[in-house]
Ligand binder design. Sequence first.
Ligand SMILES: CC(C)(COP(=O)(O)OP(=O)(O)OC[C@H]1O[C@@H](n2cnc3c(N)ncnc32)[C@H](O)[C@@H]1OP(=O)(O)O)[C@@H](O)C(=O)NCCC(=O)NCCS
Length: 158
Amino acid sequence: MKPPPASATVRVRRADNTDLDDLIALEQRSFDSDRLSRAQYRRHLDSASALVLVASANHRHFLGTAVLFFRKGSTIARLYSLATQPAARGKGVGSSLLQAAIRAATDRHCRALRLEVRTDNASAIRLYEQLAFRRIGQLPQYYQDGMDAWRYEKTLAH
Ligand SMILES: CC(C)(COP(=O)(O)OP(=O)(O)OC[C@H]1O[C@@H](n2cnc3c(N)ncnc32)[C@H](O)[C@@H]1OP(=O)(O)O)[C@@H](O)C(=O)NCCC(=O)NCCS
């Protein structure tokens, strides 16, 4: 797949059922463990407590995705997943998705957005810190393969 040109405007929209094949393919390319299944994605697309976002640019309709969870009675939203197509990385797609996730959580009146990230995932950590996420904890052996996670949180401005 060709990456978007550096000047392309990245748009972010809500995912629908026509995105399922792309969502699953990107999940498999991006994560070695703790993957979302097709059935889980289908449920999240229909759920009021989940939001699946998709990034596109010009005619390239699927460049990446972010998955957000909301819990009834909680004002903390969770960014469960963020991934950009390998050929489109380093062009602002991840940052656009993360900013859209922050806006969506703010619009739902959440006071914070939280996420966990592998402690060896330097590019994701840089992206989160650039957008003012703060490291608030370490979770030993959090992932299926035994890797630790950092927990990050961003306080949302209202
Ligand atoms: C982490 C991940 C989502 C980042 O996505 P991305 O689309 O590459 O993110 P961005 O392009 O917004 O930012 C990445 C880099 O590109 C740079 N960049 C952003 N816009 C740019 C542009 N227009 N031109 C050139 N570089 C740009 C950023 O400054 C950043 O640089 P840095 O990492 O050296 O600081 C992606 O690497 C990925 O999918 N990884 C696999 C899955 C994963 O690990 N997900 C996160 C854990 S849940």
